[in-house]
Design a protein around this ligand. Sequence first.
Ligand SMILES: CC(C)(COP(=O)(O)OP(=O)(O)OC[C@H]1O[C@@H](n2cnc3c(N)ncnc32)[C@H](O)[C@@H]1OP(=O)(O)O)[C@@H](O)C(=O)NCCC(=O)NCCS
Length: 158
Amino acid sequence: MTVRRAVEEDDAPLLAIERSAWDASSGFPSYLDTLQDTFFSRSGPEAHLVAEYEGAVVGYLRLQDKYQFPEGAGVLAINGLAVARDARRLGVASALLDAASAEGRLRGARKITLHVHSTNAAARRLYERHGYVLEGTHPDEFLIEGNYIAALDMAKTL
Ligand SMILES: CC(C)(COP(=O)(O)OP(=O)(O)OC[C@H]1O[C@@H](n2cnc3c(N)ncnc32)[C@H](O)[C@@H]1OP(=O)(O)O)[C@@H](O)C(=O)NCCC(=O)NCCS
């Protein structure tokens, strides 16, 4: 498995992953309707790490500055992480998270933050194993398929 910076040519495989990776426990069902024809329409390749396994792109992590003003410098946000369904439990997300930590340290960041649905047991376990701790809970934040769920803020100190 290798992790590298995304390039424009990754658009099609990443779009395919994005269209199939999420469900009601991990994402927002309405999001699929907003997906455009290009994966990089909202943020470009430079914001993404991609994982390749046996020559195929199998996952991505979007890592961005959380704040656009100097007082918030040093705080990065994982604004997306997904792995192709047929490549799960192989350590792909773990490799992407390790690479994100390494990049954060290189960039002089002190912290990486993220949001996760309370219902997303797989991702919560993943993040905990990588040293992310709960920083905040927003109870009943979203109504998804008839159930109110909490949004969780997690973060890792670098
Ligand atoms: C969550 C997700 C990114 C995990 O990707 P992955 O490549 O399968 O994760 P890894 O193989 O690196 O797993 C590392 C550890 O995370 C935990 N984990 C991952 N998937 C899990 C699952 N389905 N159930 C329980 N624990 C899980 C385990 O502790 C696992 O270690 P193990 O396999 O030795 O038990 C993937 O399931 C996914 O893309 N889900 C949909 C999108 C999503 O939820 N993104 C995160 C939004 S905040």
